[in-house]
Design a protein around this ligand. Structure first.
Ligand SMILES: [Zn+2]
Length: 641
């Protein structure tokens, strides 16, 4: 049938749905309902409901509005089950079915403008989309009308009549302004240019659903009661989720990581199920075409990066080709090393926080590559006896280096033996240390007059560690290597140069405040405080000034007394190096065990603890997280610097 142009023409607005415009056209020209009106012109119910091309052409002919304009604002059901409207694609749950929502104030405005003539009430396309819960113009909540799913839902005038409502007579529900998610959806449907960014490349319904599900997890946790959620709950969590979801992959991953850590702390239960609950189960069940692939893919990454899963395990539909993360447990069973030593090593490598212990220990995962490298380094670690061969020095010299902290074991390796002697020195580190010493030395073919070995220059006036420290600092410019070989026993020091440098220090048995500051790494005023009788001191005695007239006014201590001080006290930072944690964590652990520093640390300019208190602290440590007996033997001689 050729359809006539109905006159006068009824304008078509950009904010209205084409199906609603057809109903309005019928009311305006004939006063008939949509059902009757479409019968006059033989327009199929299915054509209207699905927004077919026949519908578009018929409405264009009757109204005189360009088909293209009508098509743009038509809700179209596509054969694949999705819908389109205004250039957006979305799935079925995104569309209200069996109900519409309206803004009674918008309708009252329509009425007032048209002088209460029929055909004035516009069906805003927003009212058919589930994410719209309030009117942005009137800041009021939308009112829902339910009706068996039929084209009657498009006929606002009929719908109000059936419900006996006159717009303007009914009070509109309270103040409400659109949340972030609704604003976003509104922007997308209103934009003429589609954006190709992170969200723009996803379907609008995918973005909404992902935001809602993510928001429920973030707001209400892994046991969020999503089955009990009503529309206002979904709007609430949708806004929360959108904030994170719209920020992109990195932000979402960060939140997933946090949830993983939180769940471990509280329950100690492992696995994605504990951290992500319903959210994980829900994504596990999804098929591949529902627009959730971006979110599923991010969660998969989060799981692979935060949980110790074995190769071959299936994560959200994909098989893990290789192990990415280890836990203390999985690493222990893979290497045969005890769990407490693994925890210790991982802590030293900065992969495990000091707070992880007991049940939650196994919740922490570390990158498998890096963890295996740490373990491999320990397996290859050498004893102090072997250190001697690598560095080319005597046993005594090696011990001096270890005591002074110039070289330090990563961890005492053998149970029951003393830490420093028992080994656990990393070969690579020793080689680096040697390279640093020998780097700038020129070579000589034979012994040269005026040049002495390390033993030769230390004899009677200095120590191994002191000379090597000066060498490391570049104080000796003339040091040579015999035959160019980088070993400590091949070092040849210029006698005069060494003498000159040492003479600036003291040849006698005292030690200057400056050297104490340097060795301890403390504030300039700390040596003075150590010698003060205040706050329970002194801890070190100033050497009698009368014996050192020529150095009057300068604070000095006895070397022997300082040695004893070092044996008796230990700094928080040194404890941190022993336990593989930060000095801040040391202070906290100490405070938790009721152990105080020897004096007010602010006044002192340093946190010194008694070494016997350190032993007490070690006794209180969690034995699944720290190898207690090894730490205790190491603690007795751990360098304080
Ligand atoms: Zn309104």
């Amino acid at each position: 049938m050729t359809l006539p142009l109905l006159e006068p023409q009824l304008p078509f607005y950009d904010d209205e749905l084409a199906q609603g415009y057809l109903a309005r056209t019928g009311q305006f020209h004939t006063g008939a309902s949509l059902s009757q009106f479409r019968g006059y012109w033989d327009i199929g119910v299915k054509d209207i409901r699905d927004g077919t091309e026949d519908f578009v052409q018929a409405l264009s002919a009757l109204s005189g509005v360009e088909a293209e304009h009508i098509r743009y604002n038509t809700l179209v059901a596509k054969p694949d089950g999705n819908f389109t409207l205004r250039g957006e694609i979305f799935n079925r749950p995104f569309v209200r079915r069996g109900s519409v929502t309206v803004c009674l104030e918008c309708l009252a405005d329509d009425h007032a403008k048209a002088g209460w003539n029929p055909g004035s009430l516009r069906f805003r396309w927003q009212w058919l989309l589930r994410p719209f819960v309030c009117c942005a113009l009137h800041q009021s909540q939308l009112v829902e009308f339910r009706r068996v799913d039929s084209i009657d839902l498009f006929d606002i005038e009929q719908l109000l009549a059936l419900n006996d409502i006159e717009p303007g007579d009914v009070a509109t529900p309270g103040d409400k302004s659109p949340g972030l998610l609704q604003q976003y959806v509104s922007r997308r449907f209103s934009a003429t240019d589609k954006c190709e960014d992170w969200l723009g490349t996803q379907t609008v319904s995918g973005v909404v659903k992902a935001s809602e599900m993510l928001g429920a997890l973030l707001a209400d946790g892994p046991t969020a009661p999503i089955k009990e959620y009503g529309p206002s709950d979904w709007a609430r969590v949708g806004d929360i989720g959108f904030k994170t979801y719209s920020a992109g992959t990195d932000t979402i991953l960060r939140e997933f990581k946090r949830l993983c850590t939180d769940s471990g702390r509280s329950s100690g239960r492992a696995g994605p199920q504990a951290a992500y609950g319903y959210f994980f189960r829900w994504l596990k069940k999804r098929n591949m075409v529902d627009g959730m692939e971006p979110l599923r893919s991010i969660l998969r990454t989060a799981i692979v990066e935060n949980f110790a899963l074995d190769a071959g395990e299936v994560v959200l539909g994909e098989t893990l080709p290789a192990r990415r993360m280890h836990s203390a447990n999985s690493l222990a069973s893979a290497t045969g090393i005890s769990k407490s030593r693994i925890s210790m090593l991982m802590r030293k490598a900065g992969m495990l926080p000091a707070t992880a212990k007991g049940a939650s220990l196994n919740r922490w995962a570390f990158p498998a590559d890096a963890a295996e490298k740490v373990i491999a380094r320990t397996q290859e670690a050498v004893s102090l006896r072997q250190v001697r061969k690598i560095l080319g020095c005597s046993v005594t010299q090696a011990e001096r280096l270890a005591h002074s902290g110039l070289i330090s074991p990563i961890i005492p390796v053998t149970e029951g033996q003393h830490g420093i002697r028992a080994g656990g020195y990393v070969k690579e580190e020793l080689e680096q240390f040697l390279a640093n010493i020998c780097n700038n030395c020129g070579g000589i073919d034979d012994e040269v007059e005026g040049y002495l070995s390390l033993w030769g220059v230390t004899c009677g006036r200095s120590s191994t560690e002191q000379i090597l420290e000066f060498q490391l600092k570049g104080e000796f410019r003339h040091t040579k290597l015999l035959k160019g070989v980088s070993r400590i026993d091949h070092l040849r020091f210029n006698k005069d140069e060494v003498k000159a440098v040492l003479e600036e220090l003291d040849p006698d048995f005292t030690i200057s405040a400056g050297e104490v500051i340097r060795i301890l790494g403390v504030q300039t005023y700390t040596p003075r405080r150590l010698a003060s009788p205040e706050h329970g001191g002194p801890w070190l005695h100033e050497v009698d000034q009368t014996e050192y007239r020529q150095r009057k006014g300068k604070l000095r201590f006895s070397r022997i007394e300082f040695q004893k001080f070092q044996e008796r006290y230990i700094k928080a930072a040194a404890i941190g190096r022993l336990l593989g944690i930060s000095h801040v964590e040391v202070k906290k652990l100490m405070a938790d065990s009721g152990i105080l520093p020897i004096a007010d640390p602010v006044w002192m300019g340093a946190w010194f603890y008694e070494r016997k208190d350190l032993l007490r602290l070690i006794d209180n440590l969690d034995e699944t997280a720290f190898p207690i007996s090894e730490l205790k033997s190491a603690a007795r001689e751990w360098p304080n610097r």
